[in-house]
Design a protein. Structure first.
Length: 366
């Protein structure tokens, strides 16, 4: 890849993928595109940016031609919970942006990356160590779009030679951008709410296991797959990848180890609960490991430490600048000394080994 276009760059993945790509391929070689003016203004502070409606085929094509693009990263999507509120719009956006990406890739001989998701699976899928190749009958329009997208991408590869690749992302945890309407959003929201108010009400049942991935691993997965030797890729669209599996109760316990005063309760959203129940507890990502060397570095303890530290620093910066009104200090969790905790644990670097736990608790990759 030499000239990259990131479409839908203002979302959770895009806001962190763009700087990651800039670091690896050069600032001038990464073009970020989004439809929303707010996203464009934010991204424009650090990247070359273009306004684009990804459903406008001609405008999309003009950008590819203008910037001599050789790789399209299509991140345009309405997420799972949001899509259920308007399935017709979800289909139009999710499939329209992908079809335009693939069609332009065929015309301009570019590569295409489009994320798939654990949402591509359904209730009839084996939930424990979900195989790479298995039954895929999703119960949401988001999942239907993802399955269709995988098949369409493989079709464009086999029929037209389009170099299309993707991964099935689990829930992505990130401190760089607020979540955007997904079922796994609780695993991000909780950190912000605990640090602001000391309390979080969870919309997901406490025993609902779902695969999760920390953003640094997600970003590395994207570039690693796109740089992989094509002759070694047997699956292409799409690879299971994962890093950790936990339920809300286990995540909250990890947070309480660090902030003992944190309080949690549940007000279950039936739509999100139903979606969560249809998704895998943990995927088998052995094909990604074998075909292109997938090797995640983050685990639950290191992730929790990093999220708390990064978001606390962000909130403190907001207060100092006066750009956002923060709750009074008394309404928030007391200050937490991350250095003391890290010292007690022997540090919390990337990939620190996590002790094995009994049963299904916080299952980690081998």
């Amino acid at each position: 890849m030499k000239r990259i276009l990131v479409v839908g760059a203002g979302g959770q993945i895009g806001t962190e993928l763009v700087p990651h790509l800039q670091k690896n391929y050069g600032v001038d070689n990464v073009i970020a595109a989004d439809l929303k003016d707010e996203a464009i203004a934010k991204i424009g502070e650090y990247a070359r940016v273009e306004k684009l409606d990804a459903l406008d085929f001609n405008a999309f094509g003009e950008l590819v031609k203008k910037h001599n693009i050789d790789a399209i990263f299509n991140l345009v999507a309405l997420l799972s919970a949001t899509g259920e509120k308007n399935p017709e719009l979800a289909w139009k956006i999710n499939m329209g942006a992908l079809l335009n990406s693939l069609t332009l890739a065929k015309e301009f001989k570019t590569a295409v990356f489009t994320p798939s998701s654990i949402g591509a699976f359904g209730l009839s899928t084996p939930h424990d160590m979900t195989p790479q190749d298995t039954v895929m009958r999703p119960d949401t329009i988001y999942g239907v779009c993802k399955v269709t997208g995988e098949l369409l991408s493989d079709y464009y590869f086999s029929r037209f030679g389009v170099d299309a690749r993707s991964v099935r992302f689990p829930g992505i945890i990130s401190n760089g951008c607020l979540p955007g309407g997904g079922t796994t959003d609780y695993a991000v929201e909780v950190f912000y709410e605990i640090l602001k108010t000391g309390h979080y009400t969870c919309p997901i049942p406490e025993d609902s296991y779902m695969d999760m991935l920390y953003m640094p691993d997600a970003l590395n997965a994207v570039t690693q797959l796109m740089e992989a030797d094509p002759s070694k890729l047997k699956h292409r669209n799409s690879f299971n990848i994962t890093c950790m599996s936990f339920n809300p109760r286990e995540l909250f316990a990890k947070i309480q180890e660090r902030i003992p005063t944190a309080k949690f309760d549940y007000d279950v959203d039936p739509v999100k609960a139903t979606i969560a129940a249809s998704w895998p507890d943990r995927m088998d990502d052995s094909c990604a490991r074998e075909e292109w060397g997938w090797n995640p570095q983050w685990h639950i303890d290191a992730m929790v430490d990093d999220m708390l530290k990064a978001i606390a620093a962000k909130e403190e910066a907001y207060e100092k600048r006066g750009t956002r009104r923060a709750p009074p200090r008394s309404a928030r969790a007391p200050p937490y000394n991350f250095q003391d905790y890290a010292a007690r644990q022997g540090g919390c670097p990337r990939g620190r080994a996590v002790p094995a736990r009994q049963g299904r608790s916080a299952r980690l990759p081998a």
